[in-house]
Design a protein around this ligand. Structure first.
Ligand SMILES: *Cc1c(COP(=O)(O)O)cnc(C)c1O
Length: 379
């Protein structure tokens, strides 16, 4: 990670107020902006199309990702939806078989309406992936590390193959944040984020962002975001910008704790399997090491026994809230089969390897010893 980028991100928009010299950038809630005179528009006219507060956030994320430009959207899913707007009817999308449940639901619904074509593939299976590419997709989606099993996809390799057939490559970088991984540098054409997660980091905003590497791709996103009304709210952007300033310090602590907790769980006889890319026994550990900066703060595991044991374990935890979402300052536990991945069909869940006994942790910034002790007692 370029340390200058971290500093720029901390200081995004600081001392930019020319009217009062406010150190923290002001929040522009206004829906509209007065024209100077007929035919003379200022930089902004209407907040759906553009807003100074939202643009500050967009530029801060864009710099972190190293793109040409970014659009801030009302949610992660609206960033995904925005990227699907650029497709024509019947265009093919190749998506990972274990993608985020909401992404899976949206792609499937659009496919059922015959708006677009979608194939879900296991991108680890070179034959399956190559067969899908022979059908000339327009977009190839990557989600790495994946949710909830933390599978890693080699972004460079997938992007190379996808570009050979003329597809655009979109990486969902939500699980690591721009500090953990730079998909655009590895060959992706776009990055999307659910800023609800690490970028805002305080579980008090739902938001998203789409970053484009090329100018023409960015301009299309800007046009469609305005035309379809997917842009984010100014107050949400202001809060997210505040959260973004502490991204590096949060992630550092969360990652360190996640590593210790993964190692601890991995040694427990009551735990059947731990999924964390930082463990040497993780099957994609080496790819993660190559393309990531750190291993993130998300992990999942299967416990021995059945649903009853799982329920008792979760109920005993004090410092892990049973809730969806991730990437906030607070530690969370989720049961993917009944929560985050309930929007997937049972068959799709099975093919993605999501068991009934799987639990997912999002590690927060609480004291790591307290978190470990909590897990120890619940086990
Ligand atoms: C949460 C999430 C999304 C969806 O974002 P929202 O802000 O909830 O709309 C997309 N992808 C991943 C990987 C996510 O974790």
């Amino acid at each position: 990670m370029n340390t200058q980028l971290v500093t720029n991100c901390v200081r995004a928009g600081i001392e930019s107020d020319s009217q009062y010299g406010s150190v923290i950038p002001p929040l522009y809630l206004s829906a509209n902006y007065a024209f100077e005179e007929i035919g003379k528009r200022r930089e902004y006219d209407y907040t759906r199309s553009g807003n100074p507060t939202r643009n500050l956030l967009a530029e801060a994320i864009n710099q972190l990702e190293g793109g040409y430009g970014a659009v801030v959207t009302s949610s992660g899913l609206s960033a995904i939806n925005l990227l699907l707007q650029v497709l024509k009817q019947g265009d093919l999308v190749v998506a990972p078989h274990d993608c985020y449940g909401g992404t899976w639901r949206l792609l499937n619904a659009l496919k059922e309406k015959e708006q677009i074509n979608v194939i879900f593939v296991d991108q680890h299976d070179p034959d399956e992936f190559k067969k899908a590419l022979e059908l000339k997709p327009k977009q190839v989606w990557i989600e790495t590390p994946s949710n909830p099993l933390l599978r890693i996809v080699d972004i460079e390799k997938v992007a190379d193959l996808a570009h050979k057939v003329g597809a655009k490559v979109i990486a969902d970088n939500t699980f690591l944040s721009p500090l953990g991984q730079s998909p655009l540098k590895l060959g992706a054409d776009y990055v999307i984020h659910s800023t609800t997660k690490y970028l805002n980091g305080h579980s008090d905003v739902v938001g998203g962002c789409a970053v484009a590497k090329a100018q023409d791709d960015f301009e299309k996103l800007v046009w469609w975001a305005n035309a379809s009304g997917l842009t984010g709210a100014p107050f949400d952007s202001w809060l997210t910008l505040r959260g973004l300033r502490t991204l590096e310090v949060r992630i550092k602590k969360q990652q360190e704790s996640a590593f210790k907790i993964a190692e601890y769980l991995n040694e427990q006889p009551k735990i059947k399997k731990v999924y964390y890319p930082g463990l040497k026994c993780h099957k994609d550990h080496l790819i993660a090491k190559k393309q990531q900066n750190g291993f993130g703060a998300m992990l999942s595991f299967e416990i021995e026994g059945g649903f009853q044991e799982l329920k008792e374990f979760v109920a005993k935890l004090k410092y892990f809230s049973l809730a969806e979402s991730l990437g906030g300052i607070e530690s969370l536990i989720a049961h993917p089969a009944s929560m985050t991945h309930a929007s997937m069909s049972e068959e799709a869940r099975r093919s993605a390897g999501i068991q009934e006994t799987l639990l997912r942790l999002s590690i927060g910034i609480e004291d790591c010893e307290d978190l470990l002790q909590d897990i120890k007692e619940a086990l």
